[in-house]
Ligand binder design. Structure first.
Ligand code: SF4
Length: 111
């Protein structure tokens, strides 16, 4: 088996579950619909998506990601998007999305 970083097979970057009764669960996806990130890895982190903030029954703020296509739009495209944003994850503050959207966190500066 080839190491992950040298294989040319990119099958791990996404798939479309055509048997899912909710497909397409997000409107506006232009590329292959990627179901790999059905539960977005950025849900607990700052992200650039167009989420709305919900107050859950127990008082915890949560994201409503209904309008976001970023983790679903194309196998390679959405894979690369998630990997880039997980490089330097910043825990979500609970604040609404900004305009312009949150910028990708940069590496901590070396002292
Ligand atoms: S808004 Fe989009 S990128 Fe952000 S957590 Fe939700 S689904 Fe992920």
């Amino acid at each position: 088996m080839q190491p992950k970083d040298s294989t040319t097979n990119e099958g791990f970057k996404g798939f479309t579950n055509t048997n899912c009764p909710f497909l397409p669960c997000h409107e506006g996806v232009q590329r292959e619909f990627n179901c790999l990130f059905c539960y977005c890895p950025l849900i607990a982190y700052e992200c650039p998506g167009p989420y709305k903030v919900l107050d859950s029954a127990n008082g915890v703020k949560r994201k409503d990601c209904s309008a976001c296509t970023l983790p679903h739009d194309g196998f390679s495209h959405s894979w690369n998007f998630v990997q880039r944003w997980l490089e330097y994850p910043v825990v979500w503050s609970g604040a609404p999305q900004t305009e312009p959207p949150t910028r990708r966190p940069q590496p901590p500066s070396k002292a």
